[in-house]
Design a protein around this ligand. Structure first.
Ligand code: GAL
Length: 661
């Protein structure tokens, strides 16, 4: 891909250090086997200290130093954060919050995506950076801006209102069509003229859901348009691959990366363990699988991760010995061909001074640094894995648009959250030992034995028809509640829920019957459920589980339907994890999926990467007890031959080059 073998890299912010530290840095980078460093991410204030006055002395020196030490460069265009002079001269670039408050500069990313002034100034900088370094031999990758939309995805100023109207005109053509799309007959919201249309700022009551959904779409498109503008400048001066770092992570949902991914030369993701979640490791696996989906199944790059603590969670936990290596190898198992960290050397000042780094404040006589050296040596031993792809015959459909629509302001239960439902379904498959591709609802499905469709609230007619055709042709699908309810305009599909999927699932739901927090219902299978139930009638499906007691005694909670040559399962309630796993196990078995890993709590993950003529089995043991796995081949981490049961010590990872299967 970008580096030879499995790459190791980091963000490097030399602006924070003096030149004698730079020399020590490159020496240590060599020692740690760093292949690629990301620089100039936040370089603007140095490169253009005053309007139109450019100074490349510092960046030239760093580029030269890295090149002399044979370290490849992932060059930031430098536009992630404007320098103070820009906001001082042009306060109109500043983001405006939903309540109309203009946000101060002084943090980062304080620019509105629709600001023409910001765009002009940023592109002028990119032009100079591209011209100067575009053909430099050390340049391996362009890094456009940084985490576009991390803080500034939604802006509510006048520039945005103008841009939103332009976007809407293109989508709808006429005000009448817009009125129809947004359902403005409700609450006297009907528009008579384009000039009346605005972004959905803070309001007294729930806002128009169609307007909110389109604003999400627009905001994602607007930043993608900005990305394209930077790319257009870079391409004029350079043939080097271009990307930007995605944030496929639990707490950021503002960009529809399915529309972005095809425009990346390499898909790159930033991933940090999130200790606010019940199971951060399971989320890591999900995010890695989704990133691979974005990369179309091809290898991708972990652009940022942390060796220890971050600074932006309420409680910033460090990592246990070996955890950073294990996390990194989990990303590699799931398709990453490069593992990079934020950042090289821990800052002494600034908002991230307590963020972990490859070189911590305590220096190199530390466990953290020794772990970096161990990770580097391990990745070197895995170089031959690069270029292979992950094998699986299970897919899970994921949609940012369904997320936006599902988590809107007025819904049957505020406790129903899209990502929770996706994680639950994903975890059930993971705990059965199977690997899942996470793909778009529009993806080609025919190569999968089983397709899991969690909470796909919004689905287009075309997507629904393709899922149905997949089942009719012999595919197996498992759909969970609140799927198929609205069309692309967020308009309810009439005639019974789950609208788009009634025929395929062989059920019809008359009404949702959500449960209060703390309430549970029992099933006749012995399982339990919470949050949600449905007054469901089977048409052609047969019940697999029914409620005992609760608001709907005797009503089916889980169903199975023979549809065409395939099978469609429906889970109409939020089953407890063990009960959900029981249903998914049946679906997995019926579909003929043969999980590679053991069934359990997900602490032992087994994933295969392969290419014609070779394959590698990754066995990751997140647990606190040693695990065993049967394999034959050469184990690459230890260099030991394996023939039969292999021991994977607690917290470690083994990678077997398999003898021909
Ligand atoms: C990312 C960002 C980095 C750094 C890191 C800290 O959001 O791209 O610049 O802030 O998080 O975890």
């Amino acid at each position: 891909m970008i580096t030879a073998g499995i790459g190791l890299g980091c963000d490097y912010n030399p602006e924070q250090w003096s030149p004698d530290v730079w020399r020590e840095d490159v020496r240590l980078m060599r020692q740690a086997g760093i292949d690629i460093v990301a620089i100039n991410i936040f370089g603007w204030a140095y490169l253009e200290p005053r309007p139109d006055e450019y100074d490349f002395t510092g960046l030239d020196a760093i580029v030269r130093l890295l090149h002399e030490h044979d370290i490849k460069i992932n060059l930031g265009t430098g536009t992630a954060s404007p320098p103070p002079w820009l906001a001082t001269r042009h306060p109109e670039i500043l983001p405006v919050a939903a309540d109309g408050t203009t946000l101060y500069p002084g943090g980062r990313q304080a620019w509105c995506p629709s600001s023409p002034v910001f765009r002009r100034r940023a592109l002028a900088l990119v032009e100079r950076v591209a011209r100067r370094y575009g053909e430099h031999p050390a340049l391996a990758l362009w890094h456009v801006s940084n985490e576009l939309g991390c803080h500034n995805a939604h802006c509510y100023d006048e520039d945005t209102a103008e841009a939103f109207r332009r976007w809407l005109r293109k989508r709808y053509g006429s005000v009448d069509a817009l009125n129809d799309g947004w359902g403005t007959s409700f609450w006297s919201q009907r528009y008579g003229d384009w000039s009346e249309v605005r972004p959905p700022g803070q309001a007294l009551s729930a806002r128009n859901p169609g307007q909110v959904l389109d604003f999400h779409r627009f905001s994602s498109d607007e930043l993608l348009d900005y990305y394209r503008d930077e790319v257009e400048v870079l391409r004029r001066h350079s043939a080097v691959p271009i990307t930007t770092n995605f944030m496929v992570t639990a707490h950021i949902r503002n960009l529809d990366y399915w529309t972005w991914a095809p425009e990346m030369d390499v898909v790159a993701n930033d991933h940090y363990l999130d200790h606010r979640l019940g199971d951060p490791t399971a989320e890591l696996a999900f995010a890695a699988d989704l990133t691979r989906g974005l990369a179309g199944g091809q290898p991708w790059m972990l652009m940022e991760s942390a060796v220890g603590a971050v600074t932006w969670q309420p409680h910033n936990l460090t990592k246990a010995p070996g955890e950073a290596i294990r996390n990194s190898l989990t990303h590699v198992a799931r398709g990453a061909d490069a593992v990079c960290f934020f950042q090289w050397r821990a800052s002494t000042q600034g908002a991230e001074k307590f963020h972990s780094a490859l070189i911590p404040h305590a220096g190199t006589d530390t466990e953290a640094w020794r772990e970096v050296l161990r990770l580097s040596a391990t990745l070197d031993r895995l170089d031959e894995v690069a270029g292979t792809t992950v094998d699986t015959d299970v897919a899970l459909l994921f949609s940012w648009q369904a997320w936006w629509a599902c988590d809107g302001e007025s819904r049957p239960s505020q406790d129903l959250r899209y990502l929770d439902q996706v994680h639950r379904a994903y975890n059930a498959v993971r705990e059965l030992g199977a690997t899942t591709d996470v793909v778009a609802p529009s993806a080609a499905l025919d190569r999968y034995r089983l397709v899991v469709v969690p909470c796909l609230h919004l689905v287009s007619d075309q997507e629904a028809a393709a899922i149905q055709a997949y089942v009719a042709a012999g595919g197996h699908v498992l759909v969970t509640f609140y799927s198929g309810i609205v069309d692309q305009d967020d308009r309810i599909r009439l005639g019974g829920y789950p609208g788009a999927f009634c025929e395929m699932l062989g059920v019809s739901v008359e009404e949702f019957v959500p449960l209060l927090p703390g309430h549970e219902v029992s099933l006749d299978t012995g399982g339990r459920a919470r949050l949600w139930t449905e007054r469901l009638r089977t048409t052609t499906a047969r019940p697999v589980a029914r409620y005992v007691g609760g608001p709907l005694p005797g009503v089916a909670a889980v169903t199975r339907n023979a549809y065409g040559a395939g099978t469609a399962w429906y889970v109409a309630t939020e089953l407890r994890p063990d009960a959900l796993r029981d249903v998914v196990r049946e679906a997995v078995r019926t579909a003929g999926v043969r999980p590679l890993g053991p069934e359990g709590d997900g602490s032992v993950e087994v994933v295969r990467r392969s290419a014609p003529g070779r394959s590698y089995l990754f066995v990751v043991n997140h647990g606190t007890r040693d695990a065993e796995y049967a394999a034959t081949g050469l184990e690459l981490v230890t260099g030991d031959a394996v023939n039969g049961l292999m021991r994977i010590p607690a917290g470690e990872v083994r990678v077997i080059r398999e003898e021909s299967r």
